[in-house]
Design a protein around this ligand. Structure first.
Ligand code: ZN
Length: 284
């Protein structure tokens, strides 16, 4: 299944993408949130669709594609998880996962505008494979970790490099601005992705290829990340783990290249859909 949420910000309706159509599943009566995942919502929705699919209204052209998961308890990001990206930023290959948190308020849809923060001169892109957690997870062995995955989605871990790296403190500052976590267009359920470490991912800015890589290049793979993170904190259903970005970010270019209002950022991951966003200037 491909789960999505359609409608204006804060008023999204749960929907599915099936056979080239957007279908409103509001009649199922639940949004895609922690309690949905915690109570086997994906299985219940699939069962419900067997007898109600024909009654689900088609949304022929959605006004907006929202984030595919309703605001989760946390968004955990993995830093420097592709060797070529670590090299381009001048960082060492990490011996254990680098992690940071991104504010859940940064979540948005993959066709929403990217808001360049007030005063920003170093807003950068990072296309990433995001894992959506399906069950509460604490101290999970690596061998069982994949049972805790609800599915996958595409995320762009937008990053303001001045606030992330040059201002005092931790990375979270440069990672949490509103609109810095577009997630979607769908949550693709785990059964539809045979191997999440075999997916092509790419990103273009104004039609020029910037990132063009493959999830097999990840240093720490998904089962290990879930195992490792679940020993540090309890993962809740609906939580997002964004697994890191490959080489080709703006700060790694010579000369460096950052986003400005009007730029078009297009990106995709094999099997998970595509996104197209426009950068806009911050306004009060
Ligand atoms: Zn990242």
């Amino acid at each position: 299944m491909k789960l999505c949420r359609l409608g204006s910000a804060g008023n999204e309706k749960p929907a599915i993408w099936q056979d080239g159509r957007w279908l409103d599943v509001s009649a199922f009566g639940e949004d895609y949130d922690e309690s949905f995942f915690e109570t086997d919502g994906m299985v219940r929705l699939q069962n419900w669709l067997q007898s109600h699919l024909s009654e689900c209204p088609e949304i022929s052209s959605p006004s907006r594609i929202g984030p595919c998961v309703k605001r989760p308890s946390k968004i955990i990001c993995i830093g420097l998880n592709y060797a070529d990206h670590a090299r381009e930023t001048g960082a060492k290959i990490p011996s254990s996962p680098v992690i940071f948190l991104k504010a859940p308020s940064a979540l948005c849809g993959v066709s929403d505008p990217l808001i360049i923060p007030e005063g920003s001169v170093k807003t950068d892109w990072e296309v990433e494979l995001a894992v959506v957690i399906g069950r509460k997870a604490s101290h999970i062995p690596e061998s069982a970790a994949m049972q805790y995955v609800a599915g996958y989605a595409m995320m762009n871990d937008y990053s303001e490099r001045y606030f992330q790296l040059e201002d005092t403190g931790q990375w979270t500052k440069g990672k949490s601005f509103d609109s810095f976590a577009p997630l979607g267009p769908w949550l693709v359920t785990a059964d539809e992705i045979a191997d999440p470490h075999q997916l092509h991912l790419w990103l273009r800015v104004n039609d020029e290829m910037q990132q063009n890589s493959h999830t097999r290049e990840m240093i720490f793979k998904i089962p290990f990340l879930i195992h490792y993170l679940s020993k540090l904190m309890t993962l809740f259903p609906g939580d997002i783990i964004s697994t890191g970005t490959p080489a080709g970010v703006g700060m790694g270019k010579h000369p460096q290249k950052f986003l400005k209002p009007g730029d078009i950022i297009a990106y995709g991951i094999e099997g998970l859909g595509e996104a197209r966003q426009q950068a806009v200037a911050w306004r009060t």
